[in-house]
Design a protein. Sequence first.
Length: 211
Amino acid sequence: MSEIKLYDYWRSSASYRVRIALNLKGLRFETEEVNLLNKEQNSDAYKALNPQGLVPTLVLDGQRFTQSLAIIEYLEEQYPEPKLMPEDALGRARVRQLSYAIAMDIHPICNLGVVQSIVHVSGGNETIKAQWMKEKIRSGLVAFEGLLEQLGTTGATCYGETVSLADICLMPQVYNADRWGADRSDLSRINTIVSALEHHPAFAAAYPKSS
């Protein structure tokens, strides 16, 4: 098997997703930390690796990959078991719908760089950071709960009884919700999924731990 290297930051939601996927696929990998708080993502060396200056970056088969969902779908194609996407076109569309609701709607506006810009625009008011996070994560998860109810496909996981890309996106977002104190006590479908997956070996091994 090829050597796999993940350029990672422990609290990055996007990196967290890829760690879960690699674990689910049973792929061994080494990590190299890119400390976002120290702005290592903006170094010339890292920008040469990933011009966006974002994490994660995955090096696999001599190729560099960026953007967490693109990385995970590549892993799905190259290592098809266990499956992270349904067999049918409708199922895949539903899983992507749920995944994108988090990765493309909640995550971008709660990104570290975005929130730091908001603090700067507010004149350095650090208290606005937690307020923003709690409000935006909460509203996004409420909408996600609504999607789960509308689709009616929730079992032990977001889509039926098997882990999919949607769960890989949800669990890191729940971690952020809890970190910032966003209330999710009334989100019963999300909480059922969290209870089912928080002790799953692949998810537990990927859980953020500071180095």
